[in-house]
Design a protein around this ligand. Sequence first.
Ligand code: FES
Length: 135
Amino acid sequence: MSGINPYIETPEAILPQSNYKIRFLPENVTVEVGHDQLIEASEGQLGSILDIAEKNGLNIDHSCGGVCACSTCHVIVREGLESCNEASEDEDDMLELAPGLCLESRLACQCIPDGTQDIVVEIPGWNRNLVKEVH
Ligand code: FES
């Protein structure tokens, strides 16, 4: 399921101008994000952590289909958070419902790195069993 939530504003974000990498923990899987992956969103906002994960065969739980209407896609951006768009009020409202919230918490479907640096993203423990590589 994916689509658009008509009740929230599309987050403001700058899409990357050059390639960068996202390392997913604890699996320690690194993916390179290139322009060819930023044409059409699979799930969540175009260029979001969820979108990139899905395009690289990594499954992050996303019950609402990436439209900022749940908190199941909660991730922790361990490095490079400053290169990501600011969380909107809608994202913050949903994040408050997420277990294990911390200062680096974001919704993977709304968090869009600008590509100025590589980032490290931790998938929280309650979501880990769902992380798998699809071949
Ligand atoms: S998938 Fe529901 S808020 Fe991100």
